[in-house]
Design a binder for this molecule. Structure first.
Ligand code: SF4
Ligand code: SF4
Length: 302
């Protein structure tokens, strides 16, 4: 079973929740935790930090043009047609700005002299660690200035699937772009997390559209619910009214899995690299209740 933790907005508690759920699942099941936020992976930190990874593997999932200056007659056709303005002619030479290039390949196709060829490049890496909590963590990152975060995520997931598991628990990137879509491919259940702020609520609705595209059942967690209990109630009712009461084939079932209170001590714990489950905070008990609700759902549906 593949479970994906998503939020729409960043910074609402995705990695905190994923890390705690991973540790709870690992008590009874063989799990693999996967950090699919290739632009800012931080699941390892929430698990207590990792000093040395067991393995680091290259990801070659992007391509950049290589220019044959001998063949190029400086006609400028590729410069005119590069939508990302990554090509220019300076001092009688065609040059490329790799930070702007998206590797789309238009220049290769358009060049009448066949002076451009796309060459594969390493755009990221995968990191693997057997954590002190007894499960494998597969993480990875996109290199600065590189493109293809969705492709890097796909490679990270492929690697994670090679390890024996009953559950793969994925910490997705925020937003609704390629990395999120790649994280949701082949998923069985989405765990949405939000906080009671207008921007987080708005982003939650946006990411739910992506979840609905994949026709996935989902559960909602409201983090820091008590910073705005009125909006929190509204989000809960919205989730319940919209999906709980009326399960249909268009919108698969949703449920409220639970709420987590705001507590400054959570930040203190993480800055000391102490996982939430190793604290005595209220958040730990609340996450255990969320886990228990999630587990009941899994038992009924697997
Ligand atoms: S289209 Fe080809 S020949 Fe023309 S400038 Fe570009 S690389 Fe050179
Ligand atoms: S691959 Fe695409 S983005 Fe990169 S230089 Fe060529 S046309 Fe521009």
């Amino acid at each position: 079973m593949k479970l994906v933790v998503l939020s729409g907005k960043g910074g609402v508690g995705k990695s905190m929740l994923t890390s705690a759920l991973a540790m709870l699942f690992a008590e009874t099941k063989r799990i693999v935790a996967v950090d699919c936020d290739a632009d800012a992976p931080n699941l390892a930190i929430w698990l207590g930090g990792i000093k040395k990874w067991d393995r680091t593997l290259p990801v070659i999932a992007s391509a950049k043009p290589e220019i044959n200056q001998q063949k190029c007659d400086l006609c400028g056709l590729c410069v005119k047609n590069c939508r990302f303005e990554s090509l220019s002619i300076n001092n009688q030479q065609l040059t490329i700005n790799n930070f702007l290039c998206e590797g789309c390949g238009a220049c290769e196709v358009i060049c009448p002299q066949k002076a451009i060829k796309l060459k594969p490049v390493q755009n990221g890496q995968i990191k693997i660690k057997k954590t002190k909590h007894g499960f494998i963590l597969v993480s990875g990152n996109l290199f600065p200035g590189e493109t293809g975060s969705g492709k890097v995520i796909t490679e990270i997931k492929k690697k994670a699937e090679k390890f024996k598991h009953e559950i793969i628990l994925i910490d997705s990137a925020p937003g609704t772009g390629c990395p999120v879509i790649a994280a949701l491919q082949d998923a069985n259940f989405a765990i949405l997390i939000t906080e009671p702020t207008p921007s987080a609520f708005s982003d939650l609705k946006r990411v739910l559209k992506v979840v609905n595209h994949f026709k996935l059942s989902w559960g909602l967690v409201i983090n820091k619910w008590d910073i705005n209990s009125q909006l929190s109630d509204k989000i809960e009712k919205w989730a319940g009214r919209k999906f709980l009461g009326k399960p249909s084939t268009t919108f698969p079932k949703g449920m409220v899995l639970g709420k987590i209170s705001y507590d400054k001590k959570i930040f203190k714990a993480i800055s000391n690299l102490i996982p939430i489950l190793e604290t005595n905070l209220e958040a730990k008990r609340e996450i255990k209740r969320i886990y228990s609700n999630l587990n009941s759902y899994i038992r009924k549906n697997s």
